[in-house]
Write a protein that binds this ligand. Structure first.
Ligand SMILES: [Zn+2]
Length: 290
């Protein structure tokens, strides 16, 4: 399978196919490279809740806004509590959770919107970023799926909400983004028990035992999210999975590798507002009919 993420800058990976296919769409994931943070948070930390200095986090976020040409006053962020709540957001919510954590969407781990000019943003260090796109109606969404969110089925939750608005799962494309790989991630029976509800007899198991450690398993959160999405009705050919691991490579912050003392990357998706001249052009096109 082709790698969906392409590094466009030291600090940025983009979902290249989506961006090329849909002018104005911005979707990707940051690295820890460049940025203002120091020590454990060295580089481009975007997490407010990790005890980094707030002014560094804000400066890092503004730096990303400049790189994306999508200023932070158009961003929307969520509190992220490893739950499965997904919120619909609009232009009216712009700026919430962008430069002030307390203004972010409470107890929320997923966001979606139909509005242009809003960048949906969530923070990560090993958990799985999910990106959703229904291109016909130009709806976008994103969700934060660590093991808890994954077994709670946050990916399916997103699809169910879109279904209620008349978007069939067959029309939804999903990208599973940079996160901890199976080899780097070991969990115990407790997690596997909860993960099993998403596995059918015919599925290839997303976990395998850790050699010499009874009760411990390597788990692919990417593969488990794929099973959740397939059960939600997403077509297999519409799911792309990255090979980028946040723990293998030192270009990323990793909660596991760095024993909890580390920063966060930003996963983001948004449509830029059509430039003014586009509006004039389309008006002119329509006018020629008369
Ligand atoms: Zn790894």
């Amino acid at each position: 399978m082709k790698e969906p993420f392409v590094r466009l800058h030291d600090s940025l990976y983009a979902i290249d196919d989506w961006q090329n296919e849909h002018p104005g769409l911005v979707a990707g994931f940051t690295t820890r490279e460049s940025g203002f943070s120091k020590g454990d948070f060295r580089g481009l930390n975007t997490g407010f809740h990790v005890n980094d200095r707030e002014e560094y986090v804000c400066a890092n976020r503004q730096l990303i806004g400049n790189l994306l040409e999508f200023p932070a006053d158009g961003w929307i962020g969520a509190e992220q509590t490893h739950g499965s709540r997904v919120a619909a957001v609009t232009k009216a919510d712009r700026g919430k959770g962008a430069l002030l954590y307390s203004s972010s969407f409470k107890e929320t781990d997923g966001l979606y919107t139909d509005d242009k000019g809003t960048l949906l943003t969530l923070c990560y260090a090993d958990c799985v970023p999910l990106y959703f796109l229904a291109k016909e109606v130009q709806r976008i969404g994103t969700a934060h799926a660590g093991w808890k969110g994954t077994v709670l089925g946050i990916g399916k939750q997103m699809v169910e909400l879109w279904k209620k608005d008349g978007i069939p799962p067959e029309d939804i494309e999903v990208v599973i983004g940079p996160s901890i790989c199976k080899d780097c991630y070991a969990v115990d029976d407790r997690v596997i028990e909860q993960a099993r509800r998403w596995m059918k007899a015919e599925d290839q198991l997303p976990y395998s035992p850790v050699n010499g450690k009874p009760g411990q398993y390597h788990l692919s959160l990417q593969q488990l999210n794929q099973l959740v999405l397939l059960q939600a009705g997403i077509r297999k050919e519409n799911i792309q999975i990255t090979k980028l691991c946040t723990s293998c490579g030192d270009e990323f912050f990793s909660h596991r590798r760095d024993a909890g003392k580390t920063g966060r990357m930003l996963g983001f998706i948004g449509w830029k507002e059509a430039p003014h001249h586009e509006g004039i052009r389309s008006f002119a096109r329509n006018s020629t009919k008369y």
